[in-house]
Design a protein around this ligand. Structure first.
Ligand code: UDP
Length: 367
């Protein structure tokens, strides 16, 4: 008999499990995959920690979350500075003075602001209603056309005027010469890879891999006082209200016999002809000096049953359907959390924060 059965050994499940175990609870974590870490999982190939489900760069402004994770792993000083490649023209990201200078030849912040204002006025946007309008009013039409339109279309499979502006608000726009992708006090990659973090979080906790929840619970009904479920909500309810949309990603990973393929960890291909969205060169997340290198090209697709869901598509239809599933979920007595169960485009730090808070809330209720 366990206090908690936690379904999913990703970030939400593993942090919740650690909090519960530290509080004296008996915890069992199950996962259908054959490894822990969810989509943060890294695997060593040629001595390089490969982010098997896409690049994960940890960043946060949350002191407690940062201190919590640093108990289990040390972070290096990696700072994300992706580059956009538009048909061979290279631009700095996030959008900053280097980007504006390369695009328009402007040198001062005032010149850049004036250029953006001119393009925003030309487009006649006062109140942005979707991603396209939001992007043009933030950075102007030229940057939208070259660095946002094609990339976003490939990433989401939908035109920018059908997507919520919240997606683009994730990216900073800076009128300084600063290529740091994130506005965060703390940033880095776990030294030794994310898998090391998960080993530490789950140390001393019972973990059963290759275990599907539905099958397991049929044979083990009542195994725990509480269930924490971190998988997709529509799948949990056997899609009875219909499918939520997700984007999935296919990775084409190659080991190359060169120490340096592209000179940066992340290069985005922002035109609409290149079939992949970006190429990740994993060694640069940890300043690797190996003789070989490992790269992954990322191809984004609409999710279909049997695929791994990666990103929720938070448009009105899906958010509405999610709320209907949420009503069903609230009646089960099960605790749902994480990017998939909450159907929200969470960053890792928010996921950790939510797991810590949820455990506190539950343990207070039962004190
Ligand atoms: N984006 C873009 N061009 C870029 C990078 C990002 O248009 O070169 C847009 C795109 O819509 C993307 C969103 O910004 O989905 C968020 O990008 P982020 O890098 O946060 O995505 P993630 O790393 O989570 O896939």
């Amino acid at each position: 008999m366990y206090d908690y059965l936690i379904v999913g050994a990703g970030l939400y499940g593993s942090v919740f499990a650690r909090c519960a175990a530290d509080n004296g609870s008996k915890v069992l974590v199950i996962d259908k995959r054959s490894h822990t870490g969810g989509n943060c999982y890294t695997e060593s190939i040629e001595g390089i920690n490969v982010h098997k489900y896409g690049a994960h760069i940890f960043h946060t402004n949350d002191d407690e979350v940062w201190e919590f994770l640093n108990r289990y792993v040390r972070f290096n000083r990696y700072t994300n500075s992706p580059i956009a490649n538009y048909k061979g023209e290279l631009y700095s990201l996030p959008f900053n003075m280097y980007t504006f200078n390369r695009m328009w030849g402007v040198v001062t912040p005032d010149q850049a602001r004036a250029k953006i204002e001119e393009q925003r006025k030309e487009a006649g946007i006062t109140e942005p209603h979707n991603l396209e309008e939001q992007a043009i009013s933030l950075v102007g039409r030229d940057i939208y056309e070259k660095l946002i339109k094609g990339y976003t279309m490939k990433q989401w499979g939908r035109p920018c005027n059908e997507l919520p502006s919240s997606i683009i608000k994730r990216l900073p726009v800076r009128f300084t010469y600063d290529n740091n992708y994130f506005n965060a006090l703390y940033q880095g990659i776990p030294m030794g890879g994310y898998s090391k973090l998960f080993e530490a979080l789950l140390e001393g906790i019972d973990v059963k891999l290759d275990t599907d929840y539905k099958t397991f619970i049929k044979d083990n009904d009542g195994i725990a006082k509480h269930i924490v479920y971190t998988g997709a909500l529509d799948e949990f309810f056997d899609y009875k209200l219909g499918h939520l949309n997700y984007r999935t990603v296919r990775f084409e990973t190659e080991v190359l016999d060169t120490p340096n393929y592209q000179g940066n960890a992340v290069i985005n291909y922002t035109d609409d002809e290149t079939p992949y969205t970006r190429i990740i060169e994993h060694k640069f997340f940890e300043f690797g000096t190996q003789e070989k290198t490992v790269i992954s090209r990322e191809y984004s697709y609409e999710w279909k049953p049997g695929d791994e869901p990666f990103y929720p598509v938070n448009d009105d239809r899906n958010n509405g359907l999610y709320l209907k599933y949420k009503e069903l979920a609230d009646e089960t007595g099960i605790i749902f959390g994480g990017r998939m169960a909450d159907y929200k485009y969470y960053d890792m730090d928010v996921t950790v924060r939510n797991a810590i808070d949820k455990f506190r809330e539950i343990s207070c209720e039962h004190d």
